[in-house]
Design a protein around this ligand. Sequence first.
Ligand SMILES: [Fe+2]
Ligand SMILES: [Fe+2]
Length: 288
Amino acid sequence: MRIVHFSDIHIGRWPSGTSFLFDKRVLGLTNYFLRRRLGFQSALLAPAVSTIRALNPDWMVCTGDITTVGSPEEFQAVRDALAPLMADGLGQRLILVPGNHDVYVRNRACRAALEDCFAGCNASRWTLAELPQRVQASHLSLWVVDECCCTNWLLSSGRVSAVTAGQLEDWLEAPRVAGEKRILIGHFPLRDPAGVPLGWRRRLVGADRLAAALRDGRLDVSLCGHEHRPFVRREPSGSMEVCAGALLVWGKINVLDYCEASGRLTQTWVDVPWGAFPAPALPLPAPS
Ligand SMILES: [Fe+2]
Ligand SMILES: [Fe+2]
């Protein structure tokens, strides 16, 4: 059983109309077009999608921030780019959760585009309001969570809602089926690579109980994005958190293989072929 995980595509498009001039999108777009875009190799997206397909995944997981300001134009561009992952029946294997950039503003058209993209990329299994959901894939139990809400201009944080926290607590308390591996799929890391909560502007509010579950082994894996530098953080219990980082900056794809014979999960990175593009200048932090 193989899970292929990627994150934080951050496609950017100039929105139509002028409504973006009067909300947070003007800040996000200014930042993107003047600064952030320079670090993103958008031409890497097509080879990344080909690489994901070639890895023959049983499940494909995207942990959000597919857009820059969550505009309809950006969601459409992402859906076009990810179309090969939904062709030939593959779409039944794709799981997408939103990131904070996908829930950027309280704008009706943006929200409708998010809902539409979420449904389309998740094979119409659920609406956003129906998360959290649990997908049983052989021994793997995939817990799909929406951690994002619209924030003010200063924040890029998320939260575990009371409803989500209650559901996750029930799943954590339930007896584990023999060989079961519990995998959380959300946008935000529970902790940074050093095991410390993220800064207050960028953290997941309400993450402590999940971080404790990962630490004591009641949760086996946390798959996430948000932090743009990829990392793997291992707990003494054997559990791990894997942040796939920004796909178009680092070109890293996280591959998680579950061996039914040994009951073990193995994590590896696969590099998108950089071809003519400049490879990232900084090395990845060593796994802890
Ligand atoms: Fe991001
Ligand atoms: Fe994010």
